[in-house]
Design a protein around this ligand. Structure first.
Ligand code: UD1
Ligand code: MG
Length: 420
């Protein structure tokens, strides 16, 4: 957490008692956070919701039971949206009281840059997500016991990731430790995973390899662990602009949902449909709770998400990609994150010095951001397209994210039948 101020850990032994305990004057309360930008968020959401529900209810013939489960999940998620919206202002007061806040670096030099912005609100989103996902088990009429084992293992991994993300926010662990946290959190899923460890070889390569299905064994599990490490960290380092962390998650989550419905609609294999339904049951609550967070995190941010959120969102998407068996598609949805990771490699590997924050330079006179030489997609966009305001830059980056998701659908469409 960038500029968080917290009391020294040695307070209890070497310093005077907490002034709150000795000072009879009540502490000055922090001003309430700005209200949620629900209208902006719902306008954005309708662009996705219309095609999604059209595909689900009208375009494809999907069995009644499956549709009913998806709809109940959507309904519980919708409820989760409102709970999250109402919990964030309450939690903000508590995190500020514990000195968990950040300063908005891209507003430094203006009055807004000196406001304490509550941080780590991902903890609210993660908790509501877990409650929704756990309650939903009761309503899933199409589930068998195998399904429940994997579903609960997935939730254990996500929960473990939320915990470690929160630990990171509180303790501010070193960068290299951050990198390995997701591989620890992925353990419950890796241990419970009983699905296949095979990959189908792309048709053009079959004559060269001589096999159309290859069993990777333990290498497949290693791949799953690495995917979790990549998804979580790649979201965490494509960040630092108001709305970017949550915005990218929302767009990828929308793309995943459309992909899942298309796969369910086009398939006759019950196991294949179940795998994609599984993904929907986790991504709908992720989308709903993230939209609630976005309504506070959108420019100008009233709250910051913290590593709790970036890790939680990345882990949830990795888990659904693994258990839904569409990790290649997921990687194309993650194209901006891959690009940002490649740009970051020299600094992450320590070849070029890596400052604590690799953010653009803000000019308080014009209110515009200028790209620095740090290797991030944010800086690359500013260098290529010129100076931009923070909001415009975020919108541009999110449009790029949506274009990459659209490109993935196009690629799948032209490669169908030829590639696999
Ligand atoms: C990662 C990036 C770092 C980037 C940071 C921003 C790498 C290796 N690390 O670090 O370069 O600066 O994310 O999230 O690429 N903040 C804002 N505006 C926002 C969001 C965050 O100013 O819209 C600032 C706040 O001061 C906040 C801090 O970023 O407190 C959060 O940083 P944190 O998530 O702890 O950084 P890292 O994930 O370690
Ligand atoms: Mg972060």
């Amino acid at each position: 957490m960038g500029n968080r101020r917290r009391p020294s850990a040695t307070n209890t032994t070497t310093e005077k008692p907490d002034p709150d305990e000795t000072n009879p004057e009540p502490a000055k309360p922090n001003p309430p956070i700005r209200p949620a930008k629900i209208h902006t968020i719902l306008k954005f959401f309708s662009i996705f919701a219309i095609p999604y529900f059209y595909l689900l209810f009208s375009h494809y013939k999907i069995e009644y039971e499956l549709k009913k489960s998806i709809l109940i999940n959507a309904f519980v998620s919708f409820f989760g949206f409102f709970i999250t919206v109402s919990m964030i202002p309450v939690a903000s007061k508590y995190v500020l009281r514990r000195n968990m806040f950040g300063f908005d670096i891209n507003k430094k030099g203006t009055p807004e840059g000196s406001i304490k912005v509550p941080e780590s609100l991902g903890i609210v989103v993660g908790t509501v997500f877990l409650v929704v996902a756990i309650l939903f088990q009761y309503f899933n009429f199409t589930a068998d016991s195998n399904w429940l084992v994997e579903y609960n293992a997935a939730l254990a991994s996500i929960c473990f990731m939320i915990l470690l993300g929160f630990v990171d926010d509180v303790l501010d662990v070193p960068w290299r430790v951050k990198l390995v946290l997701p591989s620890i959190a992925a353990l419950p899923l890796l241990m419970a995973y009983a699905g296949h460890t095979t990959i189908s070889i792309p048709k053009p390569l079959v004559p060269y390899i001589g096999l159309d299905i290859l069993d990777l064994g333990w290498i497949y599990k290693l791949y799953m662990g690495l995917l979790a490490v990549f998804c979580t960290n790649s979201i965490n380092i494509h960040a630092g602009i108001n709305g970017l962390e949550v915005g990218q998650t929302v767009i990828i989550a929308c793309a995943i949902l459309i992909h899942n419905v298309m796969q369910i609609g086009a398939s006759n294999d019950p196991e294949y449909k179940q795998a994609h339904a599984f993904s929907i049951y986790l991504v709908q609550p992720l989308l709903a709770t993230s939209l609630a967070l976005l309504s506070y995190n959108w420019y100008p941010s009233s709250v910051f998400v913290g590593d709790t959120y970036t890790y939680f969102a990345g882990m949830t998407m990795a888990v659904v990609g693994i258990l839904g068996h569409y990790s290649e598609t997921l990687m194309i949805f993650f194209l901006p994150q891959i690009l940002n990771f490649l740009l970051s490699l020299p600094q992450l590997a320590g070849i070029i010095p890596c400052p604590r924050h690799r953010l653009p330079r803000f000019d308080p006179q014009t209110g515009l951001l200028t790209g620095t030489n740090d290797g991030t997609l944010v800086n690359l966009f500013l260098r290529q397209f010129g100076r931009k305001s923070e909001k415009t830059l975020c919108i541009l980056l999110l449009i790029f994210q949506a274009i990459c998701c659209g490109f993935c659908f196009f690629l799948r469409w032209i490669l169908t039948g030829w590639y696999k």
